[in-house]
Design a protein around this ligand. Structure first.
Ligand code: GRF
Length: 201
């Protein structure tokens, strides 16, 4: 399937997915487009280096969130994109994208949802003092880090962990887990039926 990755920041997950594709680990999944709402973000350079086309738009150049997304949907249709992979895309999604791509938009979040949704999940986990956190991949709905869970991996919090040391271990898991889930989706092994994630082997 033809994939668009949406990202706003560093793009290390974008890079991990592009690398997984090169290594043949995405099955039939092909990353055809980067979409970013932050044209100056490092992820844009990563796409350029990987030879992946990008659509870089500033939401504030549009009269509404809906018009911004309508422009994205037009480009996704032009490129026949079938799967949207959010990787550090720091915006809520409206029905303009959710309706045409229902059950075909996923997100990755650095905690065991529903714990620590929103910004700085790693900082929130340290602040709370949990001994176990992790990574969640889920289908996207209109909420922030809500939607049916597809996969989770746990990461132990060590005594003395700093935000940086914990983030490093969490990111390592993200770079493994996200390509696996994208591959399963590309192969039709994961689908959304109503609010239920269905996984076939
Ligand atoms: C990742 O930790 C991801 O889980 C979260 O945002 C971060 C993005 O990092 N949604 P990067 O831009 O992929 O480096």
């Amino acid at each position: 399937s033809r994939i668009a990755v949406f990202a706003s920041g560093q793009g290390s997950n974008f890079a991990a997915l592009a690398e997984a594709e090169r290594a043949g680990l995405l099955g039939g999944g092909r990353i055809e487009l980067l979409v970013s709402d932050k044209p100056e973000a490092p992820v844009a350079k990563r796409a350029e280096e990987a030879g992946i086309p990008s659509l870089l738009l500033r939401p504030k150049d549009f009269a509404s969130r809906e018009l911004y997304e309508a422009e994205i949907v037009a480009e996704l249709k032009r490129r026949d994109i079938g799967l949207i992979v959010l990787a550090g895309y720091m915006r809520l999604i409206t029905p303009v994208l959710l309706e045409p791509y229902g059950g075909r938009i996923i997100n990755i979040h650095p905690s065991l949802l529903p714990a620590f949704a929103g910004k700085d999940a790693i900082g929130q986990a340290l602040e709370y003092g949990v001994k176990l956190t992790g990574v969640t991949v889920h289908f996207v709905d209109g909420g922030m880090d809500t939607g049916p869970v597809i996969a989770q991996r746990s990461v132990v919090v060590n005594a003395g962990d700093t935000p940086e040391s914990l983030a490093e271990r969490i990111h390592k898991i993200e770079y493994e887990l996200y390509p696996e889930v994208v591959r399963a989706l590309a192969e039709g092994k994961v689908t959304l039926e109503g609010r239920q994630t269905i996984i076939r082997r």
